[in-house]
Write a protein that binds this ligand. Structure first.
Ligand SMILES: [Zn+2]
Length: 76
């Protein structure tokens, strides 16, 4: 997995990685993703996570690019 930054697809500006978190009073989690038609598990009540999302923020225009990291590559 490459850590190299890419230029913004909107304006060509420099981007840097950000961490996108879901946060409430008790906890904070990195955002995850699942299939569009996935259903929560009847047993655990949770969606079957396919991986997590990383993001890069453009310093110039604020555009955020998401990238999926599948479970098999350490996401999830
Ligand atoms: Zn930009």
């Amino acid at each position: 997995m490459s850590e190299s930054n890419q230029d913004c697809i909107e304006c060509g500006g420099a981007t840097h990685p950000i961490r996108v978190v879901e946060q409430d009073h008790q906890r904070h989690d990195t955002l995850k993703y699942t299939a569009i038609d996935a259903k929560p598990s009847w047993f655990l009540g949770r969606f079957p996570v396919q991986g997590h999302l990383t993001a890069e923020l453009c310093e110039s225009c604020g555009h955020v690019t998401f990238r999926a990291v599948p479970k098999e590559q350490g996401g999830g």
